[in-house]
Ligand binder design. Structure first.
Ligand SMILES: Nc1ncnc2c1ncn2[C@@H]1O[C@H](COP(=O)(O)OP(=O)(O)OP(=O)(O)O)[C@@H](O)[C@H]1O
Length: 346
């Protein structure tokens, strides 16, 4: 069981009774495994089956066919209350109980599963601290006394209350303004790493996907997997035209955020420019570019031991982008979906 995926979808399909005709299944023969401790993000256009997929995992929607396993166990054999305790669920707009305080909202599932008052109160305080809402200031407030971002934090705390190994998140930051959203994403990434929790997250925002994910599954209608890969691979080497289309706008900017400087990108000469901070092999390309913009020439680059191993110029960044987008084997060279970065402008 220890080696089982956290969640496995095996040939899962879902057709809604009200669906038109037989061919338009919301989810059509999906097989997908979410590994323990990873953040797997489902991204794709509206109506492609993301929410249906997520809701089948916790049995808010029953599959028409196929099996879904939670840590090796068929979810249909787990009683629904036990299942919810093992899978937290966070949705857009949270769905907090409006007439209950923050503390009472977070205590919902512990109450359902019969925790005593003391244990519940301690857990509520711990979780509010974890999500950045100090209990002395927030525990007694009501949802209408919170900002949108604070409500989302309460939603995350509530979903984590019984320490579930798996968290399902459906557009969890969708209702928050872009700045607050970015902050929530960063904080949530910290919480996820701290807890080592397995996360399956649904979004239609490719930037959120590549920022949050260990792996991204790009879906097309019927929850068909267009590509399942690391964020960098998705952006640098889209496997199909649909993926290329999704990452197309802003692709170079995303590559600058995801890509790293390597030795092979450097100019061999060790000319020391001035005005920029020291650069190291492995630096984020966006940081390299920023440093070069503030410098008056090539910048020396050090290895992990602090030895200067070459210098970085704007050409180094272009080389890095070309390296990242070069097809590295036949599987990536599909239909010219991954245009060389030199042809892309963000
Ligand atoms: N209860 C339902 N009854 C009938 N059809 C449904 C139902 N729920 C979803 N569908 C249909 O199933 C398909 C997939 O819907 P789903 O909500 O899973 O997509 P999604 O990718 O999450 O979309 P969005 O990004 O817009 O939320 C859509 O065509 C939708 O109209």
């Amino acid at each position: 069981m220890a080696d089982d995926p956290a969640i496995a979808f095996e040939h899962v399909s879902k057709s809604y009774a009200s669906g038109r005709g037989g061919s338009g299944a919301a989810v059509d023969d999906l097989s997908l495994a979410v590994q323990p401790h990873e953040v797997l993000v489902l991204v794709g256009p509206s109506g492609c089956g993301k929410t249906t997929t997520l809701r089948m995992a916790n049995r808010l929607v029953e599959p028409t066919s196929g099996r879904i396993l939670l840590q090796g166990e068929d979810v249909t054999t787990v009683d629904p209350v036990g299942l919810r305790r093992r899978m937290g669920y966070v949705i857009q707009n949270v769905g907090l109980f409006p007439h209950r305080t923050v503390a009472q909202n977070v205590a919902t599932v512990p109450g359902l599963v019969g925790w005593d008052r003391k244990r519940t109160a301690a857990r509520v305080d711990e979780l509010l601290d974890l999500v950045g809402l100090p209990p002395d200031r927030y525990a007694r407030r009501f949802p209408h006394e919170l900002s949108g971002g604070e409500r989302q934090r309460v939603g995350v705390a509530r979903a984590l209350a019984t320490d579930p190994p798996v968290l399902l998140m459906d557009e969890p930051f969708g209702a928050v303004d872009p700045v607050g959203r970015r902050r929530l994403q960063t904080e949530f990434a910290r919480i996820q790493r701290t807890l080592g929790i397995t996360v399956m997250l649904v979004t239609h925002d490719i930037d959120e996907a590549v920022r949050m994910a260990d792996r991204v599954a790009v879906l097309s209608p019927g929850a068909h997997i267009e590509q399942l890969a690391s964020p960098l691979d998705i952006v640098a080497r889209p496997a199909t035209p649909a993926v290329a289309d999704l990452v197309g706008r802003g692709r170079t900017a995303r590559l600058l955020a995801l890509g790293r400087l390597e030795r092979a990108d450097l100019d061999p000469g060790v000319q020391a420019g001035t005005g920029g901070p020291p650069l190291t092999v492995g630096a984020e390309l966006g940081d390299v570019l920023s440093a070069l913009v503030g410098a008056d020439g090539p910048l020396p680059v050090q290895d992990e031991q602090g030895r200067v191993v070459g210098s970085a110029t704007p050409a180094s960044v272009v080389r890095a982008l070309d390296r990242l987008t070069e097809p590295d084997d036949e599987t990536h060279a599909t239909d010219g979906a991954a245009a060389p970065v030199g042809t892309l402008r963000t």
